[in-house]
Write a new protein. Structure first.
Length: 251
């Protein structure tokens, strides 16, 4: 097994306002040689923008899966919004995730034959809390259209288009609007800019951060491109702080 350790120093003020706290977290994927991850300490302050950087295979996506409750650690403490996810059942973690997280997947995971609006509003079908937030200023459709326009996709032109007919950049904006709708407290993004050139990457981040700031959301994103870190409040370099082992001795 290979193992990685992540340490993230945080100030007392950051800890007091943290939306995520991970301490002594251990996880390994199934199999004798499965990848293993140990997180000594990681804190995500409220409203912060944090970039996790490192080459493929260092555990960036695994950290996000743990943080969102997609997978559960074998030991340690994982607190999100004051709730210890290690004490929740799988179904309870799923419910918690849709209430508090907006996720931009690397491959976007859009419904290919659903309309743009259908995709953006999808999380509201599973979260009454986010549905109420999305309708505070009017209808949920109006909020979906506002987000699309704010993220650079003309809602008047594209709202009823199938997402399968969109370009990669357009699909990315739909995925971001879906993550942001209903103002979840934490936005998680897994390599969302990997298919874009640098100018489009930076433009997308500026739009995403502007909407996250409006919602008061923290953003945590993984990428192999450390140059993007200039746009973030904090950069955590996994390749500099990990220790890896191979074989059964690592268990």
């Amino acid at each position: 097994m290979s193992a990685a350790t992540i340490a993230s120093p945080a100030s007392a003020a950051d800890n007091a306002s943290a939306v995520v706290r991970m301490r002594d977290v251990k996880f390994r994927w199934p199999g004798a040689r499965g990848f293993g991850l140990q997180i000594d300490s990681f804190t995500l302050p409220a409203r912060a923008k944090v970039l996790l950087v490192g080459p493929s295979g260092t555990g960036k996506s695994t950290v996000l899966s743990l943080l969102c409750g997609i997978v559960a650690p074998s030991s340690g403490t994982l607190e999100v919004m004051g709730t210890d996810l290690t004490r929740l059942s799988h179904s309870a973690r799923d419910r918690f995730r849709v209430e508090h997280f907006g996720i931009i997947f690397q491959m976007f995971n859009l419904l290919p034959y659903g309309s743009v609006l259908d995709n953006v509003m999808l999380p509201l079908s599973f979260s009454s809390v986010r549905a109420r937030r999305a309708s505070q200023g009017g209808t949920v459709e109006a909020e979906a259209r506002r987000l699309l326009d704010s993220l650079g996709l003309d809602a008047h032109q594209f709202a009823n288009h199938s997402t399968a007919a969109l370009s990669v950049g357009q699909q990315q904006r739909v995925a971001a609007a879906r993550a942001l709708i209903g103002a979840p407290e934490i936005i998680v993004a897994d390599e969302p800019t990997s298919a874009l050139d640098r100018n489009r990457q930076l433009a997308f981040l500026d739009l995403l951060f502007a909407e996250a700031d409006k919602a008061g959301a923290a953003v945590i994103m993984v990428s192999h491109e450390e140059e993007l870190g200039k746009r973030f409040d904090q950069v955590v370099r996994l390749d500099e702080i990990c220790r890896a082992q191979r074989g059964s001795a690592a268990a």
